[in-house]
Design a protein around this ligand. Structure first.
Ligand code: GLC
Length: 731
């Protein structure tokens, strides 16, 4: 597989030198958009910057616009006389969602959770998944897809970690950037969200993220910056929370200074649903479109109020024209105007092909965390008992606005009626898939009766216990334990059968008090609408597990920067969340800096085969660090390696001892070797100098470590770098 990192770096250079296609389109788009804006009336301009909720709600949205797609996220009137289409908006990053009040959900294909896609470490998988869900969005009549989320995993209890891409800016930025690119390959607009530091759900509407600029630029903002460079999303969704005192959707530093000025973002900023808090400050500080204004906000800030502000001169007409220009040029640049969506064409969706796309994503994202020889399930195994997790019915999905409803109907639709419910299981049963593959006796017990589960385990060759943890938007997990006494169930089963395998379907990291008592652990995340098949393919060895953790798994909450989650889920108190505790040292960087040993490190993942590495070399040319090495599959089965390159300044001076500088994913047959090249983005070698408003690489020697995770070191090399600085938006 060609080294994606190298291609990215090469692309970056090309971008710096030539005028790539997208920029040419952008220039045309700007010209065309200017011509449109010049012809617009004030009312038409207001139409374009004021969005409506697409889902009927007796109290807050009794009469959505007639042309809104039922039970969808949003609708924005266009300007038909000027060829500007309505904007029909759907959630989100896992597929085409239906908002929960729908009596008849729109059945569509669900990708595994975004954290599972991040766990594939395979940018091509992320692109393919985005292309697939973007196709389903277009064929469902949507031309704006509110995906994908990239908030860094600072908080393992965050209810929306399943919608994001883990703890590292490079991994998250690369993977989400590719998903966005895939979505937009369907000539629809994609969004990157939630900008920024919406890193927990507790008090999400009012919490204040406190973080210094350099730490911000080197962590969450770097993830957004890399995703925007890689995916060129037409839109950025500003977040509910405050950042250093100002709400995300009226934060001039975040929107005007960083996003639009430093990074040169040409698209438009849409608010989250209920995240707009003013007319004049929001308009002047960088918000371009209020989403779902009349239904979610305290007032309709960008409707008549904005018109009056413009007429009174409080918001210059030039600023309104800029807002409208950004929206129009995006619709042009992404091909939305030249390729208008054409209502409900869902009969044309190739669900069979899409099932294969989500299957490939899901199985590549499954992480083998422990294997004392019990996996893959061998032909010699005579009897298996599968326990718990509704594994006889299907696989779990996460709750909230991103909820996709499956073709064939939910296997289970339970949990809370109120948002972020319902709790939905997809009809892809791991038990059924295992029975199809293994001609052995496989029984099932639901785990509600521990004694029965123990008895069944005692009489089986292998016991497979499914541990599930439902998470959802607007709520954080109270702790990192599996809920509903599942830890006790697993412990009891393992005591009865030493060949016990645990399959986890969780929203993110969980603790494992039973780890040393079981023989195998697999993290399957929320595995999507083909998840049962994916799990069975990994457990039986039909496919080699090649997932690697996109986030650290702590031993316990005590290891976290905030052992106790900030904020009150019941009585919000406008809490300050001090992200300066860890600053840019998010995830493995925190554990390195604090010299803490987690349960499983970032980047960790086992395989059924073994890889050897050799010939590590590092060079520097024009300030770009490149690394080459050879990977060999020295085992007996085909598999995919994920060699990772970490870099450290020998003199220190960074937020943490090391950073992920690059990686590749290499598929190898037994005995096969491949030489790999990885180039490091210069921002990963730099610190942000807030006073000088620039990136700065310190002269000196740097160590490079070739690893299979953030803890081990397979080989090292070193380079000398000259000192240099470059602009906040440069590379
Ligand atoms: C939600 C979410 C956002 C989603 C939007 C529309 O509250 O925060 O991710 O896209 O509203 O449903």
């Amino acid at each position: 597989m060609a080294d994606f990192r190298f291609m990215l770096a090469a692309g970056v250079c090309a971008l710096a030198l030539a005028t790539p296609l997208h920029a040419q389109t952008t220039a045309d788009a700007d010209t065309k958009a200017d011509a449109i804006v010049k012809q617009m009336t004030l009312d038409e301009k207001i139409n374009l910057v004021f969005g409506h909720y697409g889902t009927v709600n007796a109290k807050t949205n009794p009469a959505p616009p007639a042309k809104a797609i039922p039970y969808s996220a949003g609708f924005v009137y266009g300007v038909p006389r000027l060829g500007v289409p309505d904007q029909t908006e759907t959630d989100a990053g896992l597929g085409v969602a239906t908002h929960r009040t729908s009596p008849d959900p729109r059945p569509r294909t669900a990708l595994p959770s975004n954290i599972a896609t991040a766990a594939t470490w395979n940018p091509k998988i992320a692109y393919a998944g985005g292309a697939m869900i973007g196709n389903e969005a277009r064929l469902s009549g949507f031309n704006v897809q509110l995906a994908a989320g990239i908030n860094l995993l600072r908080e393992p209890r965050n209810g929306r970690n399943f919608e994001y891409a883990g703890e590292d800016p490079l991994l998250a930025g690369t993977m989400v950037g590719q998903e966005i690119k895939g979505i937009q390959s369907n000539h629809i607009v994609s969004t990157v969200k939630h900008y920024a530091f919406n890193d927990q759900e507790t008090e999400r509407f009012t919490a204040n993220a406190v973080i210094e600029e350099a730490a911000a630029r080197q962590s969450d903002l770097l993830a957004f910056q890399l995703a925007i460079e890689a995916g060129a999303p037409g839109s950025v969704m500003c977040s509910y929370n405050r950042i250093d005192g100002a709400y995300g959707c009226e934060n001039a530093w975040l929107l005007n200074d960083v996003l639009k000025k430093d990074w040169g973002f040409k698209g438009y900023v849409m608010s989250d649903w209920g995240a707009t808090h003013s007319t004049i400050p929001a308009a002047l500080n960088g918000l371009d479109q209020e989403s779902a204004g009349a239904s979610f906000d305290k007032s309709s800030y960008f409707d008549a109020a904005l018109k009056e502000a413009v007429e009174n001169g409080h918001v210059p007409m030039a600023r309104l024209d800029d807002m409208v220009h950004r929206i129009a040029r995006t619709l042009i640049a992404e091909g939305v105007i030249d390729n208008p969506v054409d209502g409900d064409q869902s009969a044309k969706i190739d669900f069979a092909a899409h099932a294969q796309t989500t299957l490939a994503d899901s199985e590549e994202g499954i992480v083998l965390l422990k294997n004392s020889g019990v996996l893959p399930l061998k032909p010699g195994v005579k009897s298996i008992v599968v326990i718990g997790g509704h594994a006889d019915k299907g696989v779990l999905s996460g709750g909230g606005s991103s909820q996709v409803y499956p073709v064939g109907g939910a296997a289970i639709r339970g949990g809370p009626d109120a948002f972020p419910g319902p709790m939905v299981y997809y009809p892809s049963s791991p038990l059924t898939a295992l029975r199809d593959k293994l001609k052995v006796k496989i029984t099932y017990v639901d785990g509600s009766d521990v004694k029965a589960a123990v008895e069944a385990a005692r009489h089986a060759d292998v016991a497979i216990v499914f541990g599930v943890q439902w998470m959802g938007e607007s709520i954080d997990a109270p702790n990192l334990s599996l809920p509903d006494h599942q830890d006790a169930l697993i412990t009891a089963v393992a005591a009865a059968n030493r060949k016990t395998v645990v399959v986890l379907e969780t929203g993110g990291p969980v603790t494992m008090p039973w780890l040393d008592k079981v023989s195998g652990v697999v993290e399957a995340w929320y595995p999507g609408t083909s998840g049962g098949e994916a799990i069975a393919r990994v457990l039986t060895g039909e496919v080699d597990p090649s997932g690697h953790l996109p986030s650290t798994f702590p031993v316990s909450e005590a290891q976290l920067p905030r052992p106790v989650l900030d904020g009150d889920p019941v009585n919000p108190k406008r809490v300050d969340i001090n992200y300066n505790i860890e600053g840019a040292a998010v995830g493995y960087k925190w554990y390195d800096r604090q010299k803490i040993k987690p349960l499983f490190p970032f980047g960790y993942g086992l395989s059924y085969t073994t890889f050897a590495y050799s010939g590590l070399k590092a060079t520097v040319s024009n300030g770009v660090v490149s690394v080459t090495f050879t990977v060999t599959n020295i085992g007996k089965v085909a598999g995919q390696a994920v060699p990772q390159i970490y870099i450290s300044p020998n003199a220190g001076g960074w937020e943490a001892p090391k950073r992920l500088g690059g990686w590749d994913k290499v598929a190898l047959k037994p005995g096969e070797s491949r030489t790999v090249s990885v180039s490091l983005d210069p921002r990963l070698l730099a610190t942000f100098d807030a006073k000088g408003h620039q990136w700065s690489i310190a002269a000196g020697d740097y160590s490079l470590r070739l690893s299979s995770d953030a803890e081990t070191s397979v080989a090292t090399a070193s380079v000398h770098l000259d000192g240099r600085t470059f602009a906040a938006g440069a590379r």
